[in-house]
Ligand binder design. Structure first.
Ligand code: LLP
Length: 433
């Protein structure tokens, strides 16, 4: 089932993205190939920015969570859509900086930022630091002193929300490597400590309750808990926090089983909760930040592979091996993440065979999917995996010294390369004798 609006099937029975024949893209740029539709990415950005305007009078900022997919082209696109960028490492920060993202719109996350990363961020003038823990707070304060800088900070708080999602990406609960715990009083204590430090100013709090979430309730509950905590901070410490960052995690459609809520529904519901709870607690309305990653890029992307071999093992399974795998998409291995697959060169054909899709790495678990229905496949067919725009390229590796794929972006019926295919020279370029 094709759900993304940028995908279609043309008269030749080929899959198209952004109106362009994917078999032609595969022939021209080689496979594996990441292809993203820029027009879809921009439309997704606007869904968020417009709903922030509609439901919260524009008193906020949408930050693109660049961990979902970070490169120069994408940072430029989101910046031109008036969004900020959430970065979580020196590498993401550097990319955003080089792409020209205004640094005051960059929010620096991470549970263990190094002194080097913090110094880079301070020297570039990053807008906000999302401080994760006490040690980081003290380190940041002392680096500020050394560099003669001041930092505006938010604290990452774990609000104790148990969002219904895969265990590995469930982060709002108390047993979590990220953030300071609200329930135990740690969150209040760290804000008290920060308010005594010379070089940091606490402007707000942040939470992120998980990823690929379809329910509105955990987001609303988190917003309520966070605003009440802001009320407690004011009552206890006399400090009025002005920013509330509610993180990302909005689910997308990978398969028929997924039923995402329209993104403006989140904004509508969360705005209501924030307005009601601030009124109850006698607080001014805070600036709201939201950090969508997957829902900006996920459904805008596909990956194209060439089928290399088909190996039936009677009464066991049929393997279909492609020229990529865990190196360009480790998500099946990590989370048993499910995707839609189709043969791009026979896109509308009946799916009357069932395959296990294997990658080319020297690892039995290197699979992209199991129990995948496809038309009878043969070497040379182009396999398309849908909704791979998020957490594929950004999680890619060079395992087995396989060069990482190129990335092409389509827009207005044209395409351009936004990331070149790695070469064997790239693979050895940091090797020393
Ligand atoms: N903000 C913070 C603080 C986060 O930790 C994350 C994701 C996001 C925003 C963006 O969440 P999104 O809107 O993309 O769900 N590798 C996993 C996902 C890990 C998400 C980590 N944090 C995957 O492939 O599913």
């Amino acid at each position: 089932m094709i759900t993304s609006t940028c995908l279609s099937i043309n008269e030749e029975n080929h899959l198209t993205i952004g109106g362009i024949d994917t078999t032609k893209l595969a022939a021209k740029y080689g496979t594996p190939l990441y292809v993203l539709d820029e027009d879809t990415i921009r439309a997704n950005c606007r869904l968020y920015t417009e709903s922030m305007n509609r439901f919260y009078d524009g008193n906020g900022l949408i930050l693109y969570a660049s961990k979902a997919l970070c490169n120069t082209a994408l940072c430029k696109i989101v910046a031109s859509e008036n969004m900020g960028v959430d970065v979580v490492s020196g590498g993401e920060l550097y990319t955003a900086h080089k792409a020209g993202v205004p640094m005051d719109k960059v929010y620096f996350h991470g549970n263990n930022k190094t002194a080097d990363e913090l110094e880079l961020a301070l020297s570039l003038g990053v807008g906000r630091f999302i401080v994760d823990n006490r040690d980081e707070l003290l380190l940041l304060n002392s680096l500020c002193e050394k560099m003669g800088k001041k930092a505006s900070i938010l604290f990452r708080v774990t609000p104790g929300i148990d969002a219904h999602t895969h265990d590995f990406i469930m982060t709002g609960q108390i047993d979590c490597k990220f953030g300071v715990v609200l329930e135990t009083g740690d969150a209040m204590d760290i804000i008290r400590l920060a308010s005594t430090l010379e070089n940091v100013t606490v402007v707000g709090v942040h939470c992120h309750i998980g990823s690929q979430i379809f329910d509105l309730d955990p987001f609303c509950e988190a917003a309520k808990v966070m605003v009440n905590f802001m009320g407690d901070v004011k009552d206890t410490l006399g400090l009025t926090l002005t920013e509330l960052n509610l993180g990302g995690g909005f689910g997308i459609c990978y398969t028929e089983a997924d039923d995402p809520i329209p993104y403006d529904k989140y904004m509508e519901a969360v705005s209501k909760v924030v307005k009601e709870t601030t009124a109850k607690r006698g607080l001014p309305l805070p600036k709201i930040l939201m950090e969508p990653g997957r829902s900006i890029v996920g459904s805008a992307g596909i990956t194209l592979y060439t089928v290399g071999s088909v190996k039936p093992i009677p009464d066991v399974r049929n393997y279909l091996a492609v020229d990529g795998g865990m190196g360009d998409n480790p998500r099946y291995m990590l989370y048993e993440a499910e995707y839609e697959f189709l043969l791009a060169n026979r896109a509308g054909d009946e799916k009357n065979e069932v395959y296990t899709i294997a990658g080319k790495c020297c690892e039995s678990g290197d699979l992209l999917g199991e129990h995948i229905a496809l038309p009878k496949a043969k070497p040379g067919d182009v396999l398309a995996v849908l909704a791979t725009g998020a957490y594929n390229y950004s999680m890619a590796s060079n395992y087995n010294r396989i060069p990482r794929p190129a990335m092409v972006m389509t827009s207005g019926g044209k395409e351009r390369v936004v990331v070149k295919r790695e070469t064997y020279e790239d693979v050895i370029k940091n090797d020393c004798e």
